[in-house]
Design a protein around this ligand. Structure first.
Ligand code: FAD
Length: 416
């Protein structure tokens, strides 16, 4: 798929990073008639798979995504078992599919293919080492492929180059507000079958300080992804050491216990999830989208849907206005901040609260949610990508929830 000739001197748009966000951006812009170059430093797109592979079903309603769904879908997820630190379980059971467990490597590859089919030129195995703006407008990137170096110009540069973005660094953008470490393992359960229609969430400071551990069904009847994010690399390491033997994991699998020998390790990856976008997403004719801009959800660490929604908004702005220097990016940024950007800002407030919860607080909160009316509200309106709206609805239904954790009341005004 990579064009092994040298690149041209100028393109309408250069997109740096062929992860899901960059490839989707390339597909949408080339589809609207822009002359696009997509560059990625990897030789093999989609590997290693740094992901639990859980995405909101709404992702496949975005333009151009319907055809990809069946090629990447592993499991349809209707609900979740949320475990408190002491082992209480909140059973969430939706009537409709809320999320999909996907083959993330195939997903990235399918998106790259759709970028190519729309007419984007693609260079893989090619590293962008810097980006800068030109005084006459537009920008340039310096790239290296093997022994070759090139300078390429474009009217617009879009940095989709992930958590350690070169575009962000060399263009002098602010970094996201927080980056949390995470680890994910693909395993095979040798002594039983895995629930196919729900995920598991394990909370508690001993398990995943300030965040949570996940259990996601993957391949066949026995494939499972387990992992966690926590405040520091050390917390992640400690949590992972205990995860396999955690009785709540055994309970999710309807087993009495689970030992190391009951599990086969298929792969394991470690990565960072940046969250809390910088106040400025663009400078001149250069913009950041996706993990490079800290667009992952602060409450779950999921970055695919928010990044792709931002691509959708930018693509619509590019389609409506064309690319007008000084206007299109400003318009996009304002629209995004008023829309999904607001959910992310509020998510950072919710995250501040979640980070500080003691095990006792979490137990109390999970216990209080476990009643018929609240479960019905969660099951009917819960959306893994809109946790703030759900939190507000729950507080309106039962204001006494506020009193469970009174010391967090001052933070809550940021949510309303
Ligand atoms: C352990 C873990 C579990 C996760 N689980 C989920 C989940 O279940 N659901 C979910 O929605 N999200 C999840 N995420 C987050 C998700 O993986 C990211 O939000 C998503 O990959 C962001 O996509 P992106 O395209 O912005 O960046 P990336 O996927 O990081 O892609 C960036 C691309 O840019 C390329 N690149 C980087 N620098 C350069 C350069 N200088 N030159 C050329 N190319 C470059 C890289 O090779 C890469 O291909 C998880 C993250 C972690 C760490």
């Amino acid at each position: 798929m990579g064009d092994q000739k040298g690149p041209r001197h100028h393109y309408d748009i250069i997109i740096v990073g062929g992860g899901p966000i960059g490839s989707y951006m390339a597909h949408r812009s080339a589809d609207s008639g822009y002359d696009v170059l997509l560059i990625d430093r990897k030789n093999e797109i989609g590997r290693p798979m740094q992901c639990a592979g859980l995405v909101n079903i709404g992702l496949f309603s975005l333009p151009g995504m319907e055809g990809i769904k069946d090629k990447v879908k592993l499991k349809e997820i209707y609900g979740a078992d949320i475990y408190s630190p002491s082992g209480k379980m909140l059973p969430l059971r939706g009537k409709e599919v809320k999320a999909l467990s996907i083959d993330r490597s195939a997903f990235d590859l399918e998106l790259l293919r759709s970028a190519a089919r729309s007419g984007s030129e693609i260079m893989i195995g090619t590293e962008v080492i810097s980006a800068s703006l030109l005084s006459k407008g537009g920008g340039k990137v310096e790239i290296v492929r093997g022994k070759d170096r090139y300078t390429i110009m474009s009217d617009l540069i879009i940095g989709c180059d992930g958590p350690s973005s070169t575009i962000r660094r060399t263009m002098g953008f602010d970094i996201p507000q927080d980056t949390i470490p995470g680890v994910n393992m693909e395993i095979e359960i040798k002594c039983g079958t895995v629930p196919q229609e729900r995920v598991g969430v394990l909370t508690g400071n001993d398990t995943a300080k300030g965040f949570f551990a996940w259990i996601v069904p993957s391949f066949g009847r026995s494939g499972l992804r387990i992992g966690l994010s926590a405040r520091t690399g050390n917390d992640v390491k400690k949590g992972m050491e205990k995860l396999i033997g955690d009785p709540r994991l055994a309970s999710f699998l309807s087993l009495d216990r689970l030992d190391g020998e009951d599990v086969g390790l298929i792969s394991s990856v470690y990565g960072g999830v940046p969250m809390g976008p910088p106040s400025k997403l663009f400078k001149g004719d250069c913009i950041l989208i996706g993990d490079s801009a800290g667009m992952a959800k602060p409450t779950s660490g999921g970055g695919i849907f928010p990044g792709m929604r931002a691509v959708d908004t930018l693509s619509m702005t590019l389609g409506d206005l064309g690319y007008r220097p000084g206007r299109t990016l400003k318009e996009f940024s304002a629209t995004w901040k008023k829309g999904y950007g607001k959910e992310l800002t509020k998510g950072m407030v919710l995250r501040k609260i979640i980070r500080e919860l003691s095990d006792e607080d979490i137990d109390k909160a999970i216990g209080a949610l476990n009643d018929r009316k609240k479960l019905r509200l969660i099951n009917e309106t819960g959306d893994i990508d809109q946790p703030v709206s759900l939190a507000v609805k729950l507080l309106k239904m039962d204001p006494s929830l506020l009193m469970l954790i009174p010391r967090y009341l001052p933070h809550l005004k940021g949510l309303l």
